[in-house]
Design a protein around this ligand. Structure first.
Ligand SMILES: Nc1nc2c(ncn2[C@@H]2O[C@H](COP(=O)(O)OP(=O)(O)OP(=O)(O)O)[C@@H](O)[C@H]2O)c(=O)[nH]1
Ligand SMILES: [Mg+2]
Length: 444
């Protein structure tokens, strides 16, 4: 389904205008296609930026072309990158000329797919390329870069090696049953399985923080009317995004903005004040506020710190979800106190730093700076299933008592191993590949 023998071309830089733009050509015909475009007659020297011109119909430009010979190129095939001025007219003309010269338009992610199919990178590394390109915070970029560097592959490789070792010993027991000798005693098999399971657990423990880094968190600002929710939202966003008025019931729709809170990508949601309302518009706003609460990772429950607080109100709004209680308008004389409330003034900025730190802590715990190994749901899912298979293997060992039946244990261990190989892409069905590379944009 993936043709790898033809020559592909695409614009590798983002669409729009820029100082330079790059067209990437990869495949066995990369040199021949690019020489059809370039005015320069002499062949391109490997890995040397070479000044030339292109002419494609009406369009002419001065360019720098670089030839990366196989196999030490991004894709593992011959690659020529042509840097033009960053005009979409020029870039499209160059691509069209390359198509005329025999190249085919690359599908999304096809350059990286070729790198994977040519064994330049494994599947987690290919996924890391997409993550790095999509990173919205420095921490996301860092997590993706670590994965690109092979941290996950190394961790999985160690688990796989231990699993392989155990499987080999058990198979030896199966193959030489007449010796009356177990190569692996049940106790030692159980210990090996346990130690492998612990390694997988350690990886999986990083997964929920990893998801936070990768996908970010949703923080919903809720509370009674006029509590100062929209003012707080604006202060966190850093612009006058939401309408603020002294009139209770100002906000009706859900407002969302993505912000970087100390490195954590956060979707902030401002909501209508929760109250009994006979106004159908406000009632719909309140219904939406409640549904936003239901999908939040964290709720900021905001109460006006300067006016009397109904104690039952807080209890009424308490939910199962993580919640921070905020006493707003801290620049005014306070009308109530609670030990667990964060005092914040959107007007003066008082308490904002502490609030952001508290949000960060509630979502991510102590440190989000040590990079998690697992940031990807596909990986987490496969590892969870491998963990289940190991649990079944451990159960088969302990049920057997003295008479260990290697075949049963082996089939579970082999299943676990297959799942690990699916993470790294050593054994990956085509539909998984399609799914992974769908996420890419053209030219990557
Ligand atoms: N002094 C002071 N006033 C504030 C502060 N934050 C909000 N206010 C005032 O409180 C009133 C309500 O603020 P909003 O931010 O609109 O409150 P809200 O909770 O979004 O209100 P609804 O959308 O109507 O539920 C406005 O008059 C704000 O100027 C603050 O930190 N200090
Ligand atoms: Mg509001």
């Amino acid at each position: 389904m993936f043709s790898t023998t033809d020559t592909i071309v695409a614009i590798a830089t983002p669409s729009g205008r820029g100082g330079i733009g790059v067209v990437r050509v990869s495949g066995p015909g990369a040199l021949q296609v690019s020489s059809a475009l370039l005015a320069r007659r002499a062949p391109l020297a490997p890995r040397r930026a070479t000044f030339s011109r292109v002419s494609a119909g009406l369009v002419h430009d001065q360019v720098v072309a670089t030839f990366f010979p196989r196999p030490a190129s991004y894709t593992g095939d011959d690659v020529v990158e042509i840097a033009t001025h960053g005009s979409s007219v020029v870039l499209n003309a160059v691509v069209n000329a390359a198509l005329d010269a025999g190249a085919r338009l690359a599908a999304p992610g096809e350059f990286t797919l070729r790198a994977y199919l040519n064994g330049r990178i494994d599947l987690p590394q290919a996924e890391a390329v997409a993550d790095l390109i999509d990173a919205a915070t420095p921490l996301q970029a860092r997590a993706a870069f670590d994965q690109l560097n092979g941290t996950l592959t190394t961790a999985i490789g160690e688990i796989d090696a231990a699993l392989f070792d155990l499987i080999a010993k058990l198979e030896a027991s199966v193959d030489f049953p007449d010796e009356g000798y177990h190569f692996v005693e049940p106790g030692s098999a159980a210990r090996s399985i346990e130690s492998i399971a612990l390694k997988i657990d350690a990886l999986l423990e990083t997964a929920s923080r990893g998801r936070l880094v990768r996908e970010g968190a949703t923080v919903v600002i809720a509370g009674p009317r006029n509590a100062g929710k929209s003012s707080l939202f604006n202060a966190l966003v850093g612009s006058h995004r939401a309408i603020v008025t002294p009139i209770p019931g100002t906000t009706r729709d859900l407002l969302t903005e993505v912000v970087d809170l100390n490195g954590l990508r956060t979707t902030l949601v401002d909501t209508a004040g929760i109250a009994e309302s006979s106004d159908p518009v406000e009632a719909e706003g309140i219904r939406r506020a409640r549904s936003a609460l239901a999908v939040s990772d964290l709720i900021l429950l905001v109460y006006d710190g300067s006016s009397h607080l109904d104690e039952p109100q807080i209890i009424l709004e308490a939910t199962e979800r993580k919640t921070l209680i905020v006493a707003s308008k801290a620049d005014l004389p306070s009308a109530w106190r609670r030990d667990d409330a964060l005092l914040v003034s959107a007007r003066t900025g008082q308490g904002m730093t502490e609030l952001i730190a508290a949000i960060h802590h509630a979502l991510a715990g102590e440190a989000l700076t040590d990079t998690p190994a697992i940031t990807n749901v596909r990986h987490a899912d496969l590892l969870t299933r491998a963990r289940t298979a190991l649990r079944a293997a451990a159960a088969a060992v302990s049920d057997a008592g003295g008479a260990l039946s290697e075949e049963f244990v082996l089939s579970d261990l082999q299943e676990a191993r297959g799942l690990l190989e699916e993470v790294t892409g050593r054994r990956t069905p085509d539909d998984v590949l399609v799914h992974v590379f769908e996420r890419f944009c053209v030219g990557k």
